[in-house]
Design a protein around this ligand. Structure first.
Ligand SMILES: [Zn+2]
Length: 259
């Protein structure tokens, strides 16, 4: 059994055939999902999907690309949304000037508001960080020194600094389609070496179709392609990876409980 710990089932890409997509995923052993929020002010949308399916959980947060839209978001606004029983984490949120063009100071302020919500609620933070290892490491170290919180770096793509920071601070590593792309030897290197009890699997569907699959839309059944590669990289059976990554998921996202 696998958990797709990061995807976007509420996106319009799945409006026509969401249940068929979930049936294909179930057929390869995916039995729970975390529908990740990208706008705090559209939390109703991710919560609605989580309410519809017993094995779908969700998070609330502001994607860094959208930080300008929610520049004034506060922990006080986020926290009440997390009281919903299906909201099991905060994010995705973080730093990204490569794929997003939101104001840099606004990205950092919005990230800080989410950190504060994680510190106050005890829910894990789902972090999106692209080529900002220095700033991300500094913000995480400073915030965790003030008041600890749990986190996962989703679609981990960091270099040695963010790898070390995440390890030092007890963070988890989300591995998905990026792991499979030809140029990402550094991600495969990280995935081989991080402790087994820090690994989560994800697809980020509808984005990031794993290689060698092709197509415009990723879907949760494709988690198996990434998992197969990761198990091979570590020289373990896929069942071992499935069990470990699922245990890790329920340890980090403990509000999800065991179904
Ligand atoms: Zn995402």
């Amino acid at each position: 059994m696998f958990v797709d710990s990061h995807l976007h089932l509420d996106f319009d890409d799945f409006a026509e055939d969401r249940e068929a997509v979930m049936a294909r995923a179930a057929a390869v052993g995916i039995d729970a999902y975390v529908n990740i929020g990208i706008r705090v002010r559209s939390a109703a949308r991710v919560i609605a999907i989580a309410e519809r399916y017993p094995n779908v959980f969700c998070t609330v947060g502001t994607l860094p690309h959208l930080a300008d839209e929610e520049a004034d978001v506060t922990a006080e606004e986020i926290i009440p949304l997390t009281r919903h029983p299906k909201v099991i984490g905060i994010g995705e949120v973080g730093l990204d000037r490569l794929y997003g063009n939101a104001d840099w100071n606004t990205q950092k302020r919005v990230f800080s508001a989410h950190i504060e919500a994680a510190q106050q609620t005890g829910l894990p933070l789902v972090i999106h960080s692209v080529r900002e290892d220095d700033s991300m490491s500094e913000m995480l170290r400073r915030a965790i020194a003030e008041k600890p919180f749990a986190f996962v770096v989703h679609a981990f793509s960091g270099g040695p600094l963010l790898l070390k920071t995440t390890l030092d601070l007890g963070g988890y590593f989300g591995f998905g389609g990026l792991l499979t792309y030809r140029d990402n030897e550094h991600i495969r290197h990280a995935a081989q070496r991080v402790p087994m009890d820090r690994i989560l699997l994800e697809t980020d569907s509808p984005s990031m179709v794993p290689a060698p699959l092709e197509g415009d839309r990723n879907e949760p059944a494709n988690l198996l392609t990434t998992a197969t590669l990761l198990a091979a990289l570590r020289g373990i059976e896929i069942d071992v990876l499935a069990k470990a990554s699922t245990d890790n998921f329920y340890r980090l996202f403990s509000k999800a409980g065991r179904m």
